[in-house]
Design a protein around this ligand. Structure first.
Ligand SMILES: NC(=O)c1ccc[n+]([C@@H]2O[C@H](COP(=O)([O-])OP(=O)(O)OC[C@H]3O[C@@H](n4cnc5c(N)ncnc54)[C@H](OP(=O)(O)O)[C@@H]3O)[C@@H](O)[C@H]2O)c1
Length: 269
């Protein structure tokens, strides 16, 4: 009866994780969301008794401690999988390079800080809150949704200046994964950062014409990196890919602290 904590299950990839993993009645799923009532209403028709929704906010460490204590009561003090899915993908800084963003220094500072506090600091507090449960689990896997945009060499080689605050925070998060792996390898815990590939979670539905042109320019760079790449995937498919990679990964195979794509390699597209 594996137990899972998944963050940010109300929409996007987290919602697809919730749907996929709760479809096996043997799994116990704890989904962390900012708005429990809205999410309950959204999944009411599923009628899956193995889902428990709890409130949290990555910017509020106390909420993470409370969520861990409430999870412990549901799972009898242990946890097999922690899936750190929730994250901030800001819009404003998605398309322009840092020097252009820097023309509005205050806004850039704000976006850098928000990305760091949500995508890095929040995850550290999340891991700390749930580690006592993971250490008592059987599977002992901690998975973070990373991004190919955090690959420093690819960013430089393919001139991927877009989304810098987000990319910087995801690159920092890869180091968080390494630091936890360094601390907990001897206790049998596997930490992984896996990129789901580009996934359609509605992020481009309302963008301006000007931003769409910039998006096409980024797509040309993606094409140079991986000619013929299939572009956006759907969340269900991305989740299947990520779970396959995470399930196959192990400390014994040397995957501790790995930063991998949905293919299980360093090929991001
Ligand atoms: N989509 C992609 O193409 C892609 C590619 C590579 C990596 N990823 C990564 O995959 C993960 C999921 O992406 P997605 O596309 O599904 O994102 P999304 O649709 O923007 O959903 C983000 C989720 O994170 C939650 N969240 C944001 N800030 C939070 C906070 N301070 N506290 C608690 N929850 C917070 C959101 O909750 P609210 O609804 O309450 O805001 C939502 O559940 C992210 O970590 C992202 O970086 C995505």
């Amino acid at each position: 009866m594996p137990s899972y904590v998944i963050t940010g299950v109300n929409r996007g990839i987290g919602y697809a994780f919730l749907q996929n993993l709760s479809s096996n009645p043997a799994n116990t799923i704890v989904g962390l969301v900012r708005n429990v009532a809205d999410t309950e209403a959204k999944i009411a028709e599923w009628k899956t008794p193995n889902i428990h929704l709890l409130p949290f906010d990555l910017r509020d460490p106390e909420s993470l401690q409370k969520a861990a204590a409430a999870t412990s009561k549901i799972t009898s003090g242990s946890l097999d999988w922690l899936i750190a899915n929730a994250g901030l993908i800001p819009e404003w800084s998605s398309y322009d390079p840092l020097s252009v963003l820097g023309r509005d220094a205050a806004r850039l500072t704000q976006e850098l800080n928000e990305c760091f506090s949500t995508n890095v600091v929040g995850q550290v507090h999340l891991f700390n809150a749930f580690m006592p449960l993971i250490l008592k689990g059987e599977v002992k896997k901690v998975l973070t949704l990373s991004s190919g945009l955090a690959d420093t060499e690819v960013a430089a080689k393919y001139k991927l200046y877009e989304g810098a605050p987000y990319s910087i925070s995801k690159a920092a998060m890869n180091m968080v994964t390494s630091k936890y792996q360094a601390e907990f390898a001897d206790k049998g815990v596997l930490f992984l950062g896996i990129c789901p590939g580009p996934v359609n979670t509605g992020q481009y539905e309302h963008i301006t014409e000007e931003d769409r042109k910039k998006l096409m320019h980024r797509a040309e760079k993606f094409e140079a990196y991986a000619p013929g790449n299939k572009g956006l995937s759907e969340p269900d498919d991305a989740v299947k890919d990520v779970l396959r990679v995470a399930e196959n990964a192990s400390l014994a195979n040397g995957d501790g602290g790995a930063y991998l794509s949905h293919f299980g390699t360093k090929r991001w597209l």
